[in-house]
Design a protein around this ligand. Sequence first.
Ligand SMILES: *Cc1c(COP(=O)(O)O)cnc(C)c1O
Length: 354
Amino acid sequence: MANSFDLTVLLRDNIRNLTPYSSARNEFKGEASVLLDANENAYGSPLDSNYNRYPDPLQQQLKVKLSGIKGVPPRNIFLGNGSDEAIDILYRAFCRPGVDNVILVPPTYGMYEVSANINDIATKKVNLTADFQLNLEGIAEAIDAHTRIIFLCSPNNPTGNSLHREDVETILANFNGLVVIDEAYINYSRQKTFIQELTEYSNLVVLQTLSKAWGLAGLRLGMAFASEEIIEIFNKIKPPYNINQATQELALKALENVDKVNGWIRETVSERDKLSAGLSALEFVLHVYPSDANFILAKTANPRPIYDYLVERSVIVRDRSKVELCEGCLRITVGTPDENKLLMDALGEFAFAR
Ligand SMILES: *Cc1c(COP(=O)(O)O)cnc(C)c1O
């Protein structure tokens, strides 16, 4: 299997032949004082802002700002209404419904499968190994002539670990389709991002988000980093104004706060490691998986009574025990020191009450 990646072969015919919607803001991009081209309300907005105007369809200012933070040119950045929009566009651009397939490596983020199902794309599943790493042989066997995308998530949700970098590179170097690496939790990881590998691998798409470390889940801003050719395809398909003006302005403002965010990341990592040690010491916790993320996967003999006990104490964790390879597991997001103490106190009382 030698990589002979060819984007034009992957692209669906209907997308290649598509004439994209051309908005007023696409056709006239300069500065002008009388804008009578987009049927907007010329009188203003009730919010005393420029919300009466359509936003920049390509979010140039925001991309320039992100470019400085991420070390990648704006032309290699796509912004979506959450990472989920980028995932959906990948299916619509490169996978023919009822014909093509993608490879998923469970247990992993649920949206890859949901989006595949919505788009009528078959999924081939190659489970992670017992230590939640890639089964390279299994993946190689699963690839067929219609396999378009392999979705990897590192650090992985819900397991928390990073995938071995050499394994990911083996796939990148040998697979003829796209390799998507979802780095939603990269800021908490000891591993470095794959963004800098974009120049090396033309089949690479890296997903990141402002929803986790940046504390902006409510804004819905996801990022895809890829070759200029791939980003152009994304831009061709996306709804013209997929990132609203308020989000563009607020994200731009938020991105001024790199130091604050880095402080939270350091604190979260330190709390995570404390929490891991605390959980390991509980006799009903069988195993605490190593985490490179802002959550911890903990295996217990019987998760339901623990979950219910915590709910009674107003502490909500995620029961992942029905997920394959995660039997008995709870997924616990790292909270503030106060929240983590409440959690550990409750778990200590649970142990005592039994
Ligand atoms: C939380 C999460 C995301 C973020 O999705 P958004 O739509 O950007 O909020 C993406 N991927 C994974 C694996 C996640 O856990």
